[in-house]
Design a protein around this ligand. Structure first.
Ligand code: COA
Length: 223
């Protein structure tokens, strides 16, 4: 039988747990090490905006039963009400700082890192400018991830409902997200929650050729 869980607002004490879940699920539900070894940089780039600049839009699911696991974070939803603000902070502060910290750690000396960066820099820079006119009616965005073993119990839906209710209260007209096209389960989940596909964009390049480019679906929902 599954342990009981509750959904509650994110608190500063959850920071380490949500960063760990982010890295454990970064490869469409699998650990980030499939393509990158620096967990600190991964979490800095994927989480810092949400935990450090808009924590009031983040929610966590916490396991509430079972002596060994009570209080453990089972998953999170990180949200952003204004993607324009997100892009500005990412471009001017979060990305440069994270890359500099990684430089001090020596991450850039690994040949695998340099290769990944060379293939992906043009792709990864695009999200900072790609949210073109078609997304103007969907200024908010979100990320959602549950620990392996916690999926399929209604937790994702509950996290989503909390965030969507929060956006409606704030009169935000719409919300978007991106999900890897090969993450069939996540796309089915988002469709079940009323998101529709608006398009696609390159997400990562795993080799030197165009055939090595992987794509994300851009999905959106009006509120
Ligand atoms: C994607 C994810 C957030 C969904 O959360 P979840 O708690 O597993 O989903 P829920 O149990 O709340 O399901 C909600 C609805 O989505 C549907 N759904 C969930 N997974 C599905 C799947 N694999 N196939 C079809 N439908 C699915 C459920 O059937 C349910 O609909 P119902 O209530 O009508 O039965 C979660 O599975 C997860 O974190 N996966 C790993 C990381 C990941 O892929 N994150 C998304 C990155 S973009």
């Amino acid at each position: 039988m599954h342990a009981a869980w509750i959904v509650r607002p994110y608190a500063a004490g959850d920071r380490a747990a949500v960063r760990r879940i982010c890295c454990d699920t970064a490869d469409a539900g699998r650990p980030v090490e499939a393509f990158f070894d620096d967990r600190e940089l991964t979490a800095d780039l994927l989480m810092n905006y949400y935990t450090d600049f808009e924590p009031e839009s983040a929610w966590v699911a916490e396991q509430a039963a079972g002596p060994a696991i009570a209080g453990e974070v089972a998953g999170y939803l990180t949200g952003c009400r204004d993607t324009g603000r997100f892009k500005r902070l990412m471009f001017w502060y979060i990305v440069p700082r994270a890359l500099f910290k990684a430089l001090l750690r020596g991450t850039w000396w690994a040949a695998s890192t340099r290769r990944l960066i060379r293939w992906n820099l043009p792709i990864w820079w695009q999200p900072l400018g790609h949210r073109a006119k078609s997304l103007s009616g969907f200024p908010a965005h979100l990320h959602i991830n549950l620990r392996p073993g916690m999926q399929g119990q209604g937790i994702g839906r509950q996290l989503m409902n909390q965030f969507l209710a929060q956006l409606r209260l704030a009169n935000i007209p719409g919300v978007h997200l991106s999900a890897r096209e090969d993450n069939i389960a996540a796309i089915a989940f988002f469709e079940k929650n009323g998101f529709t596909r608006l398009g696609r964009r390159p997400f990562m390049q795993l080799g030197p050729g165009v055939e090595d480019i992987r794509y994300s679906a851009i999905m959106a929902k009006s509120l």
